[in-house]
Every structure is written in structure tokens, then in C-alpha cells.
Write a protein that binds this ligand. Sequence first.
Ligand SMILES: [Zn+2]
Ligand SMILES: [Zn+2]
Length: 355
Amino acid sequence: MIPKTMLAARLYAPGDIRVEEVPIPEVGESEVLIKVMAAGICGSDPPRAMSTGTYSYPLTIGHEFAGEIAAIGGAVWDLAPGDRVTAIPLIPCGACVYCKAGQYNLCDHYDYIGSRTDGAFAQYMKTRAENVLRIPDGVDFETAATTDPAAVALHSIRKARIAVGDTVAVLGTGPIGLFAVQWAKIVGAVMVAAVDVYDEKLRVARELGADLCINASRDDPVEAINQVTFGKGINRVIETAGASQTQHQACLIASKLGSVVFCGISHAGLDLSEVAVDRVMRREISVVGSWNSGDVTVPHEDDWRTTLCFMGQGKLVAKPFITHRHPLSEVPKVFADIWNRHLVHGKVLFLPQQR
Ligand SMILES: [Zn+2]
Ligand SMILES: [Zn+2]
């Protein structure tokens, strides 16, 4: 039985999140109502909720989630009520040249769950059936709720063009960085270095396969990497912190013909030192952007389905860095704590069925 109303965390203005009772969304033709079992805070959520805002108000935030299908509108042949699912938050227009080429993450006129349309910090949410993916047996809701950051990490790994035997550095070991460490190992990196300023996050990185962990609050990562690579640098560098300092370091540690991928969202400019500019040129380093993740119809380029397959095989895990679980009522406080830097955290989840 689906109730008439539900709890949802809605943004009324930047910094003004209210958890309130609202009607359960009604599904239209080819839409799916999902009972949300777990929903995570993305790195992009605190700035959105506390500073830059959403595209309309009030709006239910949250776009990383998993749950159970509660209802389906019309005829959707491959999904059924009770199915355990997650959904891709990006709703591409389908009409622009990038959509036509299957590059949905570059869509010119996209809609987005949790920033442009109502999202997942609610007991129920609806989206179009096309965006819904079934979770493999054995993958729990909490892990499945991290499919989005895992797919974003995979997208950056593809952009880095890692080959078997490459050395890889991951700067920033938040959830995306920790997934990037795992992906780097999966695709055949011979050595993965992880850099962060928190020992606890680096401990998890080591547990997930990082060979070398550098705490940048104690050791200069550029020097440390120079030392272990005999001055040659690292082949593939993935920056997930979104900080100008780590973006700069990334350019300094890449090897000849190496690549640097900017994956972490930055809200600042970047001044490259003379040494870094010289290095990018002399070493012929490619600096590449990576945006969101792809769900193209070509199987080997589908970040979402690939991620779910590897989770289903137990080769990609999230549990070691899910650090906080809260009921929906605590959304405003948790966002304030993260925004005011009162919380050192990995993946923070809301469990909307807990009151
Ligand atoms: Zn996200
Ligand atoms: Zn488009």
C-alpha cells in the first residue's frame, strides 16, 4: 500500500532546507515511483543547497539513491513493482547533437534529478522509466545508492586512458577518489598512489588497493612521487578534490606523455606556476576534463551498467567509506555541519524509511 503523503527534504532558498510532509508524486505514462531506501550526499550537493541554489523552489534535493519500485505508469515492459533499482539522475533532451551521438553527459538542454526536478531526499520519488536500472542480486541498497559517484569515477578513468602497466595517482580520496582507486586497479594499473590530508581516508584507500598513500598535510606529494618514480612522474593522474592546489600538483607529477584528468568540481580559478606550465609543455602532458558519467548505448562505454556489473561481482565496494547514516529529519543539520566543516566524512547516506 502506498500512503498519500511522505516526508521530503525541500530546498526553499540556499541554506533553507525544510523537511516536510508532501503528497506522494503521481506517476504519468512511462514513469516509475521509487520507494527510496538509501540516498547519498554528493560532493556537489552542499554548495548547491547552501550557496548556489537549485533551478526552482521549493525543490526536493538529492540525486544518488536506490530503492524499490512502488508503482509504474502505463506499460513498461522490463520493470515491475518490487524491483530493486537505482536511477541515472541526468535526463537528457534527446534532441541536441550530443544526445544524438549518445554523449548524454554533454547534453545542451538536460533536466536533472535533485537540482532541476524533485530528487531523492524523500520517502518516494518518481522518474522516467528510461533512467531506471535494476540492481544486481547481492548488491544492497546502500552500495547501489553510490552507483552515481562510482560511475563518475569510471568516466574519469576512461578519460585518463589507463593501459595495463600504467602508474596512476588519485588526488583526493573522497568517495569518487576511492572508487577511482578501485577502478585503476581493475583496469590494470601497476601502481596506484593516493593523496589526501586525512589519514583515515588514506587507510581506506590502502584497504581498497592503493599501493602508496601520501598525506599531503605532512609530506609534499610532488616530492614524494618524484622520489618513488625516480623523477619520471606518474602516467595517469586523476584529480578528484576539485581544489586549485591539487590541480596544480597534478600537472607537476604527470610523466612524459602522461595525462591529467580534472574530475573534481572546482569553484575557483587556477594559476599554474612557471614550472608547471613548462612541465605540461616539455612532457607533452594532456590535461583533460571529465564531466559526470555516460550511459551511452555502446556497452563498453556505459559507465552505469559497467559499475553495477562490477558491484554485482563484488569487485567494486562502497561499504568501507560509508561513514554516516541519518534519517531524513536530520538533512538540514547534516548539511549545515558539512558546510561549516564540522564533519570529516566519507559517503553520508540518508535512510528515508527511518523516521
Ligand atoms: Zn553526484
Ligand atoms: Zn541533449
